[in-house]
Design a protein around this ligand. Structure first.
Ligand SMILES: Nc1ncnc2c1ncn2[C@@H]1O[C@H](COP(=O)(O)OP(=O)(O)OP(=O)(O)O)[C@@H](O)[C@H]1O
Length: 256
């Protein structure tokens, strides 16, 4: 059983985002606890990415409140949000290219994140980079290679190292295993699960893949047409779905 603190790390209330008259997401409320992995699932267009972008400060919601550690991230200044993005938060993109600097070596990709939070000792930075490459199962002798010399799975593991090296508390993940071969996905999921557990990370995980949600998430929110239609413990939602839409979502996967 995880030791969940007694204050929520993230408190979301009445969050809505509209694109003109179209609903991106609407009236979303939930709490995320320290060390908890919350999966957001739903079909394409259900509002998962919009919600994640609003939570991570990439989009400004039209209504609602997001409190991180008691601080309102919607009304805080861009500069304050950038500091959070470098220190407490991390964002793992589906496409590793969106989260890596492709012209910089693997070691540089990891090291520059440390420098962004004030590390200056070259030897220590390189040492941490080597350590983190090892933790994501990339051989140390690849440290000077550019990401484009890596396979898709390696690029994704490097993006994860770059994100986690600074010891964030909250990680946003957008389809982190999407677009990878099944065997590569399995290895990556295993790695992510270990890192989340060892570092006690809180995670908001967007995925349309219920198998990924089953493996990583403690709790699930199911979205349809921008709204949360069901939420609960992962096993509960997947084994005994209440909403007809969730039943359809679950049964369509089981039939494959
Ligand atoms: N930039 C945009 N401009 C206009 N409408 C948008 C924009 N981005 C998303 N939408 C609309 O908002 C709704 C939610 O889309 P969103 O991308 O958040 O869903 P999603 O569940 O993440 O889908 P996917 O898994 O395909 O990324 C959809 O109706 C979509 O068409």
């Amino acid at each position: 059983m995880k030791d969940l603190g007694n204050t929520a790390l993230l408190q979301v209330a009445g969050l809505s985002k509209y694109y003109g008259t179209r609903i991106g997401c609407e009236a979303v409320s939930f709490d995320l606890w320290p060390g908890e992995v919350l999966g957001i699932v739903g079909e394409s267009g259900s509002g998962k990415s919009t919600l994640l972008s609003c939570l991570a400060g990439h989009l400004t919601p039209d209504q609602g409140r997001v409190l991180y550690n008691g601080r309102d991230t919607v009304t805080m200044s861009e500069a304050e949000r950038r500091v959070l993005g470098r220190t407490d938060w991390a964002f793992v993109h589906q496409n590793a290219r969106d989260g890596l600097r492709m012209g910089v070596s693997a070691g540089g990709n990891v090291g520059e994140r440390l420098m962004a939070v004030g590390a200056r000792n070259y030897g220590a930075i390189r040492g941490s980079a080597i350590d983190w490459l090892g933790r994501v199962e990339i051989d140390a002798d690849r440290i000077d290679d550019r990401p484009r010399q890596f396979s898709g799975g390696m690029q994704q593991r490097l993006q994860i190292a770059r994100n986690l090296v600074t010891g964030p508390r909250l990680v946003f993940m957008d389809e982190p295993t999407g677009g990878l071969d099944v065997s590569v996905q399995a290895r990556l999921l295993d790695l992510l699960r270990g890192l989340v557990r060892d570092m006690g990370l809180s995670v908001i995980l967007v995925t349309h893949d219920l198998a990924v949600a089953r493996l990583l998430a403690d709790r699930l929110m199911v979205m349809q047409a921008g709204r949360v239609i069901e939420q609960g413990l992962t096993d509960q939602v997947l084994d005994d779905p209440q909403a007809p839409y969730t039943q359809l979502l679950v049964s369509s996967v089981l039939q494959v």
